[in-house]
Design a binder for this molecule. Structure first.
Ligand SMILES: [Zn+2]
Ligand SMILES: [Zn+2]
Length: 276
């Protein structure tokens, strides 16, 4: 999906994402009461299928419940980003045109054509439509993914070979952490919050591991935020080094807070290969 970086962050941008994450956490907590996790051998499924788990397993989604969560999200967005109110009202007026059992599949398939037609019909921006469908689905995705977080993170490279693709939901990742406790590197999916290990000093996009062509972009006065760049494929990856502070960071927020690093890297000719 097209995630172009805005030139400057609108006022209250990071604050909005913090509120959004808090809201998503609350929704996830509420959904937990209505849901029994599917018992899965997640790493075995990954190793056998070579595909994200969500493509191999049927997760139950109550379209009615999703619609309720969706409507609540529109209320939250309206509260913090009032400039979107008119567009969100248009969605609410035409909410019967949205098929809540079908939308998650289209979102995860990144079906651009489907969303551009739908947003044209609703006469709202495609980006806003996708944002609402995406962020209201995330509490469900995190709820489904959570039981397998530790099995996937501690898999020791046995079952999943795709560094930039989330093994649970298939979303592309562009951020990683160096874990506070041991310095091991984990990719992070900001949709479902799954993390999976990847090698250090290695380009997650093309596999290049020549130290001469893997570099950092230096960030002044900041040792925690790093941007790895690769001269072979011109890729860049934001990385948060937790070791200086010695504690786990919230990568969902870190990713939003460091949009300036995306701008910096892209200005220097690097890409996160999002649209490849
Ligand atoms: Zn994911
Ligand atoms: Zn590369």
């Amino acid at each position: 999906m097209n995630k172009q970086v805005p030139v400057s962050l609108p006022e209250g941008y990071v604050e909005f994402y913090k509120n959004l994450e808090t809201w998503q956490n609350k929704q996830q907590f509420k959904l937990k009461k209505a849901y029994t996790p599917v018992k899965l051998d997640a790493t075995k499924i990954l190793a056998e299928s070579n595909n994200p788990i969500i493509g191999s397993v049927e997760f139950e989604l109550d379209g009615g419940l999703y619609k309720e969560v969706y409507k609540e999200l529109l209320v939250l967005i309206k509260e913090y980003r009032s400039e979107t109110a008119a567009a969100l009202d248009k969605i609410l007026d035409n909410i019967d045109q949205l098929d809540f059992s079908f939308l998650p599949i289209k979102l995860l398939e990144e079906d651009q054509k489907y969303f551009s037609e739908l947003s044209a019909r609703l006469e709202i921006s495609n980006e806003l439509l996708i944002f609402t469908i995406d962020h209201s689905l995330r509490p469900f995705l995190r709820l489904w993914a959570e039981p397998y977080y530790s099995a996937i993170a501690e898999d020791d490279f046995r079952s999943w070979n795709f560094a930039t693709i989330c093994p649970f939901c298939g979303t592309k990742s562009h951020i990683s952490r160096l874990r506070a406790t041991d310095g091991r590197r984990f990719m992070f999916c900001d949709r479902c919050f799954t993390e999976w290990e990847t090698r250090n000093l290695y380009c997650v996009y093309c596999g290049n591991d020549n130290p001469d062509t893997i570099q950092y972009l230096a960030v002044e006065n900041d040792t925690a935020y790093q941007v790895y760049t690769c001269e072979e494929c011109k890729g860049y990856l934001k990385t948060f080094d937790e070791r200086p502070k010695g504690m786990k960071t919230d990568l969902f927020i870190a990713n939003v807070e460091t949009i300036y690093l995306d701008i910096l890297a892209q200005e220097k000719g690097y890409t996160n290969h999002d649209n490849d």
